[in-house]
Design a binder for this molecule. Structure first.
Ligand code: ATP
Length: 231
């Protein structure tokens, strides 16, 4: 479903991402783990067509994201690290706005109703986004990613800044969503990707340092990797 080949991104002389390659199979849930500054957001932004790379290719369901970003984006739901929520809109207004932006062809009311039910934001649909708790804001961020029923969901650090109860709820929601979507979960928390993901890639200083199933990596993780992941 996702093929990343020899991706490199430089800022001046500095490599944010250096020659990384990996695949994600249809229906898989992949954890993309690394400490602050490792290159996670850079990678997610390139995968979703929001940032260009210096070298390499990304294909989502066979579509080259760098060559045909508009087509590829239709099949990707993205929750960036800082989602562009509009604080003065109500949740309902915002989701209708995103629906229009994505030129979604589904029935608007039924589709938004279904998503609000799935991410459990029915009760706050009439509230201004600025007045929502961080947990509800993240749910709205996930809701906007789901508009258009994309095959691929890319979630960049979706639990950062949440309290423990909200973290558990968002992780449970992500697991639930992975039944219908191929998911990449970017995170700096090893127990988070261990509890949610089938496979884990560890990135550090722009390079992939480990790639394996969660059970393989959990038993094989060297102390160096544990340090990198800041467990
Ligand atoms: P965090 O968890 O802190 O968001 P990250 O793993 O997502 O970290 P990136 O944001 O991808 O890391 O950054 C990777 C490296 O690239 C960092 O050293 C960062 O300072 C650098 N970088 C990112 N964006 C830019 C930019 N626009 N200009 C210069 N350097 C950048």
């Amino acid at each position: 479903m996702i093929e990343v080949s020899h991706l490199t991104k430089r800022y001046g002389e500095k490599y944010a991402v250096q020659d990384i390659s990996f695949d994600v199979k249809d229906g898989e849930i992949l954890g993309f783990l690394g400490p602050n500054g490792a290159g996670k957001s850079t990678t997610m932004n390139i995968l979703t067509g929001y940032l260009s790379s210096n070298e390499g290719t990304v294909k989502i369901d066979g579509v080259d994201v760098l060559e045909r970003p508009l087509e590829a984006k239709k099949n990707i739901g993205y929750l960036p690290e800082q989602p562009p929520l509009y604080p003065d809109m109500t949740v309902d207004e915002y989701l209708k706005f995103v629906f229009g932006l994505k030129q979604c062809k589904l029935g608007r009311e039924a589709h938004i109703n279904e998503i609000c039910g799935l991410v459990r934001i029915q009760n706050v649909r009439g509230r201004l986004i600025r007045n929502l708790s961080k947990g509800f804001k993240q749910r709205v961020g996930i809701a906007q990613a789901l508009i258009g029923n994309p095959d691929v969901l890319i979630l960049d650090e979706p639990t950062v800044g949440l309290d423990p109860k909200q973290i558990i709820e968002i992780r449970t929601l992500i697991k639930h969503l992975s039944r219908k979507h191929t998911v990449i979960l970017s995170s700096h928390i090893l127990p988070e990707v261990q509890s949610v993901c089938e496979r884990i890639i560890i990135i550090n200083q722009g390079q992939i340092v480990a790639n394996g199933t969660t059970s393989e990596l959990s038993s094989q993780l060297s102390s160096e990797h544990r340090l990198i992941a800041r467990i």
